[in-house]
Design a protein. Structure first.
Lengths: 346, 339, 506
């Protein structure tokens, strides 16, 4: 395994960050946003304007992606002199999150950014804030009714599947009787069903490709390893694999390594740093990953600031910011990975 | 006034006339029937697997795969069997595995290499077991509550250490143990560890004073105390043992997944309890079987394997798992009461 | 007798549990409107009998007639439907529910079949409480907040909330003050005047005199006397029936001067436990059997368990062979050579799922173990030797202990201590749950162990047992040693007078 010094060395470096308690996350800000924030123009404009207090309520960061959401929101807010961020402790408990939002409303923040643990269950909180005159930016997990938010911004689960399917389809389009397998995420989440639906719809465009197996893991490394090992045993030959989530992908890659298989191409999902690094390295099966970018939290802060200062978005003709923004699930492969490297989460 | 002749618990213990001569044969036969019925279930599963997926299922690689996947939860279940036999319960096993796996894969730990990871896994497991044991044996807490508290705090601490990030292992010595090159005569090292833990567990439970005391404490703690057994110290040792098993399992999981994550060991407590109960260990204590527990684990792992090979989805898997738990326990009750 | 059949007639009721016959052909007749007292020692079978009556236990054989019709009481609900209510001594109330909820538990007044009509429930509860002489109990209060006496009233209200014809009261006066007892008796009087029958269980003979109509005495699972007139039967006769011999036991011969001249093996100095027993002294020499005689509640078992370290004394000291024991430590006591055969054999001594061997070897495991590793051959051999010495049947220590009779289970407990090499044997009700025929053998075993040099301390509620087996006897009453004498100088009547002093001896 010594032929992988660079990759492991890089991973070692990321693990250094992850030992957060010991090293107090000294590098996380640097890896988070400055680079990409410099690339993108902040929404309204960079000039300091009216002071805006933004309340932010999200779920518990028990997953790399959610942790990246918090980091993105925090570092984006720090960029602006005119933004004060009131961030609550993340919670997966609906009741607790309702209470936290209540507190933020009572504090009379100017704008609220809410990533609900459960979108449907927190609709009332969104409505309450809107009625109190506080505009709500609904992040990713959508409320039941558009009345509960001023603007929704989030990822596109169906689009993720669609783009993964198209990418794989293009790679295999000249191959007769191509076989594809899917390692899905937690099956009792709606987003998993949407991703699978998009994937299946895309593959319909390629009559030479057949999806021969699908197993659901649980977004964890452990389950990714276990399910992938079974899939590899079940399918002695296939051409491509789509894995919904790069976190469980760490386990899936481990299982692939253990089985000694390299006769197919793999596409990931979400956009973890370790996946970007493997794609850049290009010495394994992982050739691409489909984004579900945590930078949406930074954009949400931009939107909130624009709302608070009553401005529109740069680059659009409208005076008002849109009611709904669906992010594009870009495919990151060897050609464009450098551009995205700084947005990768651990 | 108390009833001097309260009937013993356990539905299998029907009223029987005093001094029934060949009763011991019945007991022996029952023990065997229990194990045999489990072997029968496993055999039936193997037949099903062989019929539905002859090439993929009946394959050396698949055997290695099933046994490897069984190793981590299997080691945890051996420890759990001891705790349940003593009339206790350990709900914190999954959380301890998570905490140990995370603590053992921090950058600081990984600098110490193979030994550092192994040592930390085991030590964290033992430490959590010690806290459980002290709270239960000397703090007088109910095992359910004490280990539930440990579950919450260990998971919380694991999350705090990782911030939800996946900690990737870079120590080659550890990673290599999960590769095919490390197999000893075709046996993966993880499976070897599982086998050794099982054998030691069996000997400990069936051939040593430690095992006898465990059974005595679980069968009748008051009688054990009045017979001069240090019940509290025994309880402490039992939770330490469970913690140790979790530490070993965490190390195996690190080898298997090449990483440490705070979501590791998810719901291990339920899987381990279910495997032990299916195996024939009494949830109320006083009777435990390591062989049964290991068979229980193998049955679960084989089911998962067959379902995955046949590309059945997780909803069906979960339904079937529940049905098989019920069926196995019902079959056992029948065989136990009719023999 | 009235020409009509008795309200309740149980005949030939037998009930066996593994290892013991709890009821052995018991007959019981109860007339409408009478107070029928049920008397007997601990373990005589009273609890089993009332559980059969309440539908909680099914009898093995025997018939039950209710108002002349044969009935089967399959469940407590079946018994309740007939009009049989039971007030257990350990009150079966739900502490976290209100008085009214408890009274109507399982038969709540409802609207539309499922909505509980709380007001109706409260009103009817208040009415019942008033009838029971306790209008001050608020039906809305939580039962857990009430005193023991009030809880008992609630339990009674629950019984009366059904259309009840027969109420079984299991030691209802045990937790009550004297004036509460008066109220209880008034209630019993009211009930019987309404034609309700009461089966009344008590240890207090004077209560039976006051309210009882007839008495049935149980002993060793048999009714040794049925339907005696409660008012006119002499107390001594009743007590003699409870404690006396109904079979001529064969007691082993006493040696002339057991342990004479030797230093005492067990020396108890000023041992006491607050609220249980007062300071007392006691010595037992090797070869000597000392008996503790007393009724239930006299502190017999508590004394034994305190000597053994299972309870912590509030004062005093236990000295074994000249060395004081660490107080409150069973392990210290066992190491010093003490062994206890406890009163509740199944709950306190035996591992019911295990073999005889493992039950016998449990206290001496380390002797068969090297570094924790048990030599099972040596263990089995030693267990076999120990059980053979006591003629335990069957002669196969591999059988599960639950298949043994009570007497043989007791022998297994003795074999445990024999194997351990214990020097002081503490026996708490050693013949409890042991068939009458097997007792003589057990007595012989105990005497032989004493002859071999053990010091034996024996507790028994059966006076003839203490007098027949012990060399010296301490008589206990309400936690106090009231008399000490060689057994030969005492007889049953003298001991009965001593243990019952204060109760009217006819």
């Amino acid at each position: 395994m010594t032929q992988l010094p660079t990759r492991r060395g890089l991973l070692f470096g990321t693990a250094a960050v992850s030992a957060g308690v010991l090293l107090a996350g000294c590098t996380s800000n640097e890896s988070g946003d400055d680079g990409q924030a410099a690339d993108n123009q902040p929404a309204a404009d960079d000039q300091p304007g009216k002071q805006v207090t933004i309340g932010f309520a999200g779920p518990q960061a028990d997953h790399g992606w959610l942790n990246a959401i918090n980091e993105n929101a925090k570092s984006r807010a720090e960029k602006y002199e005119d933004v004060t961020l009131e961030i609550t402790e993340g919670s997966n408990d609906t009741a607790a999150q309702i209470g936290q939002i209540e507190t933020l409303i009572n504090k009379k923040v100017d704008v609220l950014v809410i990533l609900p643990a459960d979108g449907k269950a927190l609709t009332q909180s969104g409505l309450k804030a809107m009625r109190a005159g506080i505009p709500v930016i609904n992040l990713d997990r959508i409320f039941n009714t558009p009345q509960a938010y001023r603007c929704w911004i989030g990822g596109d689960n169906y689009g993720m599947g669609l783009n993964a399917g198209h990418y794989i389809g293009e790679q295999l389009k000249d191959k007769p009787n191509a076989r594809v397998i899917e390692l899905a995420g937690l099956d009792n989440l709606e987003l998993t069903q949407q991703r699978t639906q998009g994937f299946d719809d895309a593959l319909k465009n390629y009559p030479n490709i057949r999806k021969v197996a699908r197993q659901a893991a649980e977004f964890t490394v452990e389950s990714g390893q276990a399910k992938m090992a079974q899939l590899l045993q079940a399918q002695s030959q296939f051409d491509a694999l789509w894995n919904h989530d790069d976190d469980q992908g760490v386990g899936a890659l481990r299982a692939i390594e253990q089985a000694g298989r390299d006769d197919f191409l793999m596409v990931g999902g979400a956009g973890a740093l370790s996946a970007f690094q493997a794609i850049k390295q290009d010495d394994g099966v992982l050739k691409a990953t489909v984004l579900y970018p945590p930078t949406m939290a930074a954009s949400a802060i931009d939107l909130a600031r624009a709302l608070g200062q009553a401005k529109g978005i740069g680059g659009l003709a409208e005076y008002e910011i849109p009611a709904s923004i669906t992010l594009y699930s870009a495919v990151v492969d060897k050609n464009n990975v450098d551009q995205y490297m700084s947005t990768g989460f651990e | 006034m108390t009833q001097p002749v309260s009937p013993p618990r356990g539905s299998a213990d029907k009223v029987r006339p005093a001094a029934e001569a060949p009763a011991w044969r019945g007991l022996m036969a029952r023990a065997d029937v229990r194990t045999l019925s489990l072997l029968g279930v496993l055999a039936a599963l193997i037949v099903i697997g062989g019929i539905t997926k002859p090439d993929e299922f009946l394959d050396t690689r698949n055997l290695q795969l099933v046994l490897t996947q069984a190793s981590v939860i299997g080691v945890v279940t051996v420890g759990m069997t001891f705790v349940i036999t003593s009339g206790g319960i350990d709900l914190s096993v999954g959380a301890i595995v998570a905490l140990a796996s995370v603590w053992a894969t921090t950058v600081a730990t990984q600098e110490y290499g193979f030994g550092g990871i192994l040592f930390t896994s085991v030590l964290v497991g033992l430490g959590c077991g010690l806290v459980n044991g002290l709270l239960i044996a000397y703090g007088g807490m109910v095992p359910f509550i004490a280990t539930l508290a440990m579950l919450a705090s260990a998971r919380g601490l694991a999350l705090q250490i990782t911030d939800g990030r996946t900690q990737i292992v870079t120590v080659d010595g550890v990673l290599d143990l999960g590769e095919r090159d490390a197999y000893v005569l075709g046996v993966p090292p993880l499976v070897l560890v599982f086998a050794v833990v099982t054998i030691i567990g069996w000997l400990l439970l069936n051939r040593t004073t430690f095992g006898r005391r465990t059974v005595a404490v679980g069968g009748n703690a008051e009688a054990a105390r009045l017979a001069g057994i240090d019940v509290r110290r025994q309880r402490l040792y039992l939770y330490l043992l469970s913690g140790l098993c979790c530490g070993i399992a965490a190390f195996l999981l690190i080898i298997l997944s090449g990483s440490g994550q705070n979501t590791n060991g998810n719901l291990y407590e339920l899987d381990a309890i279910a495997a032990a109960i299916i195996g024939g260990t009494l949830l109320s204590g006083g009777r435990g079987t390591i062989v049964g527990s290991v068979l229980g684990v193998l049955i679960f792992t084989t089911i998962t394997n067959i379902f995955a090979l046949n590309n059945l989805q997780s909803d069906v898997q979960q339904i079937a798992k529940g049905a098989i738990i019920v069926a196995a326990v019902l079959v056992q009750r029948r065989t136990a009461s009719t023999t | 007798m009235a020409p009509e059949p008795p309200l309740l007639s149980m005949s030939g009721i037998t009930k066996s549990f593994p290892g013991v016959r709890a009821l052995d052909g018991v007959d019981l007749d109860v007339q409408a409107g009478e107070v029928h007292c049920l008397l007997g020692q601990n373990g005589a079978g009273k609890s089993t009998l009332i559980k059969v009556l309440a539908g909680a236990h099914q009898p093995d054989t025997g018939t039950i007639h209710w108002r002349g019709e044969p009935v089967t009481l399959r469940s407590p609900i079946a018994a309740m439907r007939l009009g049989i209510a039971t007030i257990y001594q350990e009150l079966d109330l739900v502490e976290h529910l209100s008085v009214a909820e408890n009274v109507h538990l399982g038969h709540e007044p409802t609207a539309a079949g499922f909505v509980v009509r709380r007001r109706t429930a409260k009103e009817s509860t208040a009415h019942l409480l008033k009838r029971l002489g306790h209008p001050e109990i608020d039906p809305g209060r939580l039962v857990g907040e009430l005193s023991a006496a009030q809880q008992q009233i609630v339990s009674m209200a629950r019984a009366l909330s059904h259309d009840v014809r027969l109420i079984v009261m299991d030691e209802p006066s045990a937790a009550l003050d004297p004036d509460e007892v008066d109220n209880l008796f008034r209630i019993v009087g009211d009930l019987t005047a309404d034609g309700v029958a009461v089966v009344y269980i008590s240890h207090r003979l004077e209560e039976i005199r006051r309210i009882g109509d007839r008495v049935t005495v149980l002993k060793d699972g048999r009714a040794v006397a049925g339907g005696l007139p409660a008012k006119s039967t002499p107390t001594r006769d009743v007590v003699a029936l409870m404690t006396g011999r109904n079979v001529e036991y064969v007691f082993p011969e006493r040696p002339a001067a057991p342990g004479q001249g030797e230093q005492p093996l067990l020396h108890v100095r000023g041992l006491a436990r607050d609220g249980e027993f007062e300071p007392f002294d006691l010595t037992v020499r090797p070869g000597e059997i000392v008996g503790l005689a007393g009724l239930v509640g006299s502190g017999r078992s508590e004394i034994l368990e305190t000597i053994y370290g299972a309870r912590k004394p509030s004062a005093g000291q236990v000295v074994v062979a000249g060395r004081p024991l660490k107080p409150g430590s069973v392990r210290a006591a066992v190491r010093a050579g003490l062994g206890l055969a406890p009163e509740e054999r199944k709950a306190q001594a035996l591992l019911m799922l295990e073999s005889v061997t493992r039950n016998v070897s449990i206290s001496s495991m380390s002797r068969f173990a090297k570094a924790g590793w048990i030599d099972r051959g040596a263990e089995l051999g030693a267990a076999r030797a120990a059980t053979r010495e006591l003629s335990l049947r069957p002669d196969n220590p591999s059988v599960p202990i639950r298949t043994l009779s009570g007497g043989n289970q007791q022998k297994a407990v003795l074999a445990r201590w024999l194997l351990r090499g214990c020097r002081v044997l503490l026996l708490d009700e050693p013949t409890r749950g042991v068939d009458v025929g097997a007792r003589a053998e057990l007595y012989a075993v105990v005497r032989r162990l004493a002859d071999e040099g053990l010091a034996v301390l024996l507790v028994s509620s059966e006076v003839p047992e203490v007098l027949g087996l012990a060399d010296r006897v301490l008589v206990l009453r309400e936690g106090r040693v009231v008399h000490t004498a060689p057994a030969q100088e005492l007889d049953e009547h003298r001991v009965l007078d001593l243990v019952m002093e204060g109760s009217p001896a006819s």
